[in-house]
Design a protein around this ligand. Structure first.
Ligand code: ADP
Ligand code: MG
Length: 671
């Protein structure tokens, strides 16, 4: 026989099962969505039973609709049991259970039943029939049998219920297993999702960092963009400016092009005109050349008419500190046409004391009249003097040798006339710088007609028949090398001074430098030998060469400007000391050379076969500047002082002799 099971045990088992089932869904993450059959559904299955239970008047907690089918049974401390009433519970059993429950009063807790132990059968039954008398044993037996039968039925019913509950439990376990599997799947999925979420978080972090970086970059880029925009604006502004400029340039270009086309037309017409002018110019050049040659011819004729040997007399003014000569001592009678004529005559009065003594009465002063090509009274300046000789200088350019002398006693103004006064004042410039300036300027003019000129200067002094270079520089300065007059080459008529410098000159400043150098060289010599300069002849020579390449014409001639040594003579009555003897020797040399000059001029004038050029260094050096083809001019410089009257007369007499000379017809040195 199957051991009788207590219905309370089943109830408790059901309660345990129910608790397990009630707990299971609560641990699932998504009960409502995941489970097809959740506890709610299961409770719904129980719903009719609940109603039936209520109908029995059982005390049921109604706080929650789901809990309506459940009856809370106080058990052990804090424990609750859920009682499930089987569907097929009969009215009797239900009544019995209800009775049991009704009899359970709050009080001491029912001790928990140990698993595997059997609880003592509760006192369950119908309302006991009225107690049989002790003697009614049969009746009591009958009651007991009935009660036994009832208990058996109940046991059977509870077994069935138990079986059902087991089935339900199995189902629930299966469901729990499925749910567990599902839960694991979901947990895995959850883990995966979490991993994904973490990965996502990391990616998000990375992306955030990237975003930050990009934002940072964007900030930089924005700065750059702003700069670029600014630059763009500037460039646009510049472009506008350039465009405006371009427009302006184009406008100008158009205007220029218009002007150019106009100019081109003008150029074409000008070219035609220029060609016509060139033809005219050629004609005029031809004519000009003819005129130039004619001018040269006429000029020469004029010079010839004036005489190839001319003598100008110049009287220097009385210098400060000098005694004024008596009135009428020097007179300058006017020419035949009156005072407007340039003076050509000079009258010098000399009171002859010896004659007066002989007669016993003061003799009337003797008048000595002289006539020259031109006379310059003391008031005449350098400019006026030069004007008179400029035509002669012009002849040198035309190819005629020209020689200009300054003759006179020391202190009569020879150097002043030739080189100029002291201090470099242009007003007192002498003939040499003026003549050269004139030559340079005329040569420049003639260059327009095709003539090319070159000038080479030399400056020497002849002292005691020795030649010294006044242009010497460096070691030769002051001492001078041995200078000799030689022919320039075998068969050549040209003469040259050995060891002397021949300096090409082309402008005034170069000439000034040369004159300055000559003055310095003379000063050095002067300290060595007293007043040597006045005891020597200074010869400035300029070799002029001209060429007309277009016409194959050439001309060459020397221009000589000579500052002669003082012409004064020693008084023969004076006693000669040692210094005076030297002076006498000098004077004799000077006299000799000056008289040789006079003799040469005479010989030339008389057309003698022998001309004694070689008798002195001076005449030998000037050989080519004298003679038949040369034009000669002699300045006779006179002192205005009465005390110098004797020397003045000597000079005037010498000059008069020269003035009487007519030297053959001059011929230009043309090739
Ligand atoms: P020379 O050379 O004949 O010995 P200078 O030329 O040395 O004579 O002249 C002597 C002085 O007379 C110098 O002081 C000079 O300046 C002066 N002299 C000469 N001629 C003139 C003149 N025409 N006008 C002014 N001063 C003159
Ligand atoms: Mg002098």
């Amino acid at each position: 026989m199957e051991p009788q099971r207590s219905p309370l045990l089943d109830v408790k088992g059901n309660i345990e099962l129910k608790r397990a089932l009630a707990k299971a869904p609560s641990r699932l993450p998504l009960p409502g969505s995941r489970l097809k059959r959740g506890p709610d559904q299961m409770e719904e299955d129980l719903e009719p039973e609940k109603k039936r239970t209520r109908g029995l008047g059982t005390k049921v907690a109604t706080s929650h609709p789901r809990a309506m089918a459940l009856t809370t049974v106080p058990q052990t401390q804090g424990q609750t049991a859920v009682l499930k009433i089987p569907r097929k519970t009969g009215p009797r059993c239900s009544t019995a259970i209800a009775t049991v429950l009704k009899n359970q009063k709050p009080g001491p807790a029912v001790p928990a039943q140990k698993p595997g132990t059997t609880a003592p059968p509760p006192v369950v039954g119908r309302k006991k029939p009225s107690k049989r008398p002790a003697w009614d044993l049969k009746g009591q037996l009958c009651d007991l049998n009935a009660e036994l039968k009832c208990c058996r039925e109940r046991t059977q019913m509870l077994d069935q219920e138990n079986q059902q509950l087991r089935n339900q439990l199995r189902e629930a376990q299966q469901q729990a297993t499925a749910l567990g599997a599902e839960r694991r799947t979901l947990e895995e999925e959850l883990a995966r999702m979490r991993a994904q979420a973490e990965k996502g978080q990391r990616e998000l972090g990375n992306l955030s960092a990237q975003v930050l970086e990009l934002e940072e970059r964007l900030g930089t880029q924005e700065g750059l963009v702003q700069e670029l925009q600014k630059e763009q604006l500037e460039l646009q502004e510049e472009r506008r400016g350039l465009a405006a400029l371009l427009e302006e340039q184009e406008r100008r270009l158009q205007a220029s092009e218009a002007a150019l086309s106009g100019s081109q037309a003008e150029v074409a017409s000008l070219r035609q005109e220029a060609a016509a002018q060139a033809a005219l110019l050629a004609k005029r050049e031809e004519r000009l050349h003819g005129l130039e040659m004619e001018r040269r011819r006429l000029h020469n004729q004029l010079q010839e008419l004036k005489g190839n040997v001319r003598v100008f007399c110049r009287v220097r003014p009385v210098l400060p500190g000098e005694s004024t000569p008596p009135p009428g001592f020097l007179l300058f009678p006017s020419g035949p046409s009156g005072p407007s004529d340039p003076p050509t005559r000079l009258s010098l009065s000399r009171s002859d004391e010896r004659r007066g003594t002989l007669s016993g009465a003061p003799a009337a002063p003797t008048r000595h009249d002289f006539s020259f090509d031109r006379v310059f009274p003391p008031g005449c300046g350098q400019e006026e003097v030069f004007e008179e000789i400029s035509m002669l200088v012009q002849s040198a350019l035309d190819g005629y040798p020209v020689c200009i002398f300054a003759y006179g006693q020391t202190g009569s103004g020879k150097t002043f006339t030739m080189e100029g006064g002291p201090g470099g004042d242009p007003q007192v410039e002498g003939l040499i710088p003026r003549a050269l300036r004139h030559l340079f300027s005329v040569a420049q003019e003639l260059s327009g007609q095709g003539w090319t000129y070159s000038f080479v200067a030399s400056y020497v002094e002849i002292y005691n028949e020795t030649v010294r270079d006044l242009l010497a520089t460096g070691t030769r300065k002051g001492h001078g090398g041995e200078c000799e007059i030689r022919r320039a080459g075998p068969g050549s008529e040209e003469l040259t001074v050995t060891n002397a410098r021949y300096v090409p000159v082309s402008c005034e400043r170069e000439v000034e430098a040369l004159l300055h150098l000559a003055r310095q060289n003379r000063a050095v010599a002067r300290t060595a030998q007293n007043e040597r300069s006045s005891r020597s002849h200074s010869v400035f020579q300029l070799q002029i060469s001209g060429e007309h390449a277009g016409r194959g014409l050439q001309c060459a001639a020397p221009l000589s400007l000579v500052d002669l040594a003082g012409s004064e003579r020693l008084d023969p009555g004076l006693a000669l000391g040692p210094g005076e003897r030297e002076r006498l020797r000098e004077t004799q040399a000077i006299n000799s050379s000056l008289s040789t000059l006079g003799l040469v001029i005479m010989a030339l004038s008389n057309k003698e076969s022998h001309v004694p050029y070689r008798n002195s260094k001076l005449t030998y050096l000037l050989q080519n500047s004298l003679g038949g083809s040369a034009k000669m001019l002699m300045f006779v410089n006179i002192s205005p002082l009465e005390e110098n009257v004797s020397e003045s007369l000597n000079s005037l007499r010498f000059a008069s002799k020269v003035n009487q000379c007519v030297i053959g017809t001059a011929q230009a040195n043309r090739k």
